[in-house]
Write a protein that binds this ligand. Structure first.
Ligand SMILES: Cc1ncc(COP(=O)(O)O)c(C=O)c1O
Length: 435
């Protein structure tokens, strides 16, 4: 752990300053720019296990895990070893490979709703395609999403989309035509009555409901008992589809995702992050009769030059093999429980009203006394506390997501000692913040 007095980020600042002339905001994706926590982002040099090293040589315990994929720890030797072997055979085929069958079978075996799967290159692509599929299959145009849920940056889904957009204070994005979102209805997360009312208001017009079954993009928010069950029932009653966006929760909340954890089987599921083991990937899948609509089996067009890429498939296969070993999810739960409960206790002891929790390898904490069931509740969090908390942790070698509206991630590489060091840092930082 670095001491705060020796914390220097001179090289990071130089590189980031140059980057700002070269790329919008100096980054390839907005939340990385630290806009909502102030200060400048650190520039990474290397990642390994639970750790990050920046270009100034500072080491951090990482709870972002490249935004989710690094559940086995960064640069796991078995993933890297498999990639070296795959690399010798070439970087892209643009043609069928046996590796796709292997990963497809693993995904189908693991995720209850998935009988057939299509690989793409990102979570955004997966959600964009699943939307087209919902509409193609039902012959209806409207969809329901929840405020604070993020499903990638496709036009139709960029409405009340949580973290990145919220962090930048943009309610929506310019450039998204009204016509693109005209059929996107929004409801409050965990409010089943609002969803029912929308189905009453638009009979036979709604193709389906898409949601994060556990939210990570408004901070960490869990479904209240009965919410997922209710959505399953209401969609079924109205001939509409239920879609779980498990880009974040897939293979993280449980091996079979949130749908396994909560015992609710949607019609379609989107995946990303972990199933690519740190390489660009996404996927959508579900019932065979629905997936058979996808070209070339059916008429719904969707394609991709690099889809099913052999390197991404290899990293995904190895990552799932590691996760499938007995005891992995128990280990993740134990570590995350210790971290989450420790943080909440420290905050309480220092007189701060906080609320938060964890499931498996995902956690969150808000600086608010209000129970957080939706994005509006999340926004009651005191950002004037989150900002110094984030900065203080960074200066003590703990890398947290640079936004209150993001979930935290643990991995199989995090040790009890890492958690102890994290909690020791949190104690110092939180006790220095005025309640
Ligand atoms: C739930 C969810 N869906 C979709 C996406 C978009 O995935 P990607 O960033 O790979 O395009 C994300 C990204 O964080 C996500 O968390």
């Amino acid at each position: 752990m670095v001491s705060t007095t020796s914390f220097k980020t001179t090289k990071s600042q130089e590189i980031f300053s140059a980057a700002q002339e070269l790329m919008p905001g100096g980054v390839s994706s907005p939340v990385r720019a630290f806009k909502s926590v102030g200060g400048e982002p650190i520039v990474f040099d290397q990642v390994k296990g639970a750790y990050i090293w920046d270009v100034d040589g500072n080491q951090y315990i990482d709870y972002v895990g490249t935004w989710g994929p690094a559940i086995c720890g960064h640069a796991h030797p078995e993933v890297i070893g498999a990639l070296h072997q795959a690399l010798d055979k070439g970087t892209s085929f643009g043609a069928p490979s046996a590796l796709e069958n292997v990963l497809a079978q693993m995904v189908i075996d693991a995720v209850p709703s998935i009988e057939m799967v299509r690989f793409v290159n990102s979570g955004t692509e997966a959600c964009m395609a699943v939307l087209r599929l919902m509409r193609a299959f039902t012959g209806r145009d409207k969809i329901i999403k929840f405020s604070g849920c993020y499903h990638g940056h496709a036009d139709m889904l960029l409405v009340q989309a949580g973290s990145g957009v919220a962090t930048l204070g943009l309610p929506d994005s310019p450039g998204v035509p009204k016509s693109a979102t005209a059929n996107t209805l929004t409801a409050t997360y965990n409010d089943l009555d609002e969803v029912k009312a929308l189905f009453e208001q638009y009979p036979n017009e709604i193709a389906g409901v898409i949601l994060e079954p556990v939210v990570g993009n408004s901070g960490f928010i869990t479904p209240v008992p009965g919410f997922l069950e209710g959505l399953r029932e209401v969609t079924q009653n109205h001939g509409a589809l239920l879609v779980f966006d498990e880009v974040m929760t897939g293979f993280r909340i449980a091996y079979g995702g949130a749908q396994e954890k909560f015992g609710i089987t949607p019609d379609l599921t989107t995946l990303g992050k972990i199933i690519g083991g740190g390489l660009p990937v996404g996927a959508y899948g579900g019932r065979k009769d629905i997936m058979s609509m996808v070209a070339p089996a059916g008429p719904m067009y969707q394609a991709g030059t690099l889809s099913g890429n052999p390197l991404a498939m290899t990293a995904g296969i190895k990552t799932l093999e590691l996760l499938k070993k007995p005891g992995t999810y128990e280990q993740l739960e134990t570590i995350t429980k210790k971290l989450s409960e420790g943080l909440l206790q420290i905050a309480k002891d220092s007189g701060h009203a906080t609320t938060g929790g964890y499931i498996s390898a995902m956690f969150g904490m808000f600086f608010t006394g209000v129970p957080v069931h939706n994005f509006d509740d999340a926004k009651t969090s005191d950002l004037s506390k989150f900002t110094p908390f984030h900065r203080g942790m960074l200066e003590r070698g703990i890398y947290l997501a640079p936004s209150q509206f993001e979930a935290g991630f643990t991995s199989l590489a995090h040790t009890e000692e890492d958690i102890d060091r994290t909690l020791a840092a949190a104690k110092e930082v939180i006790s220095g913040i005025k309640p």
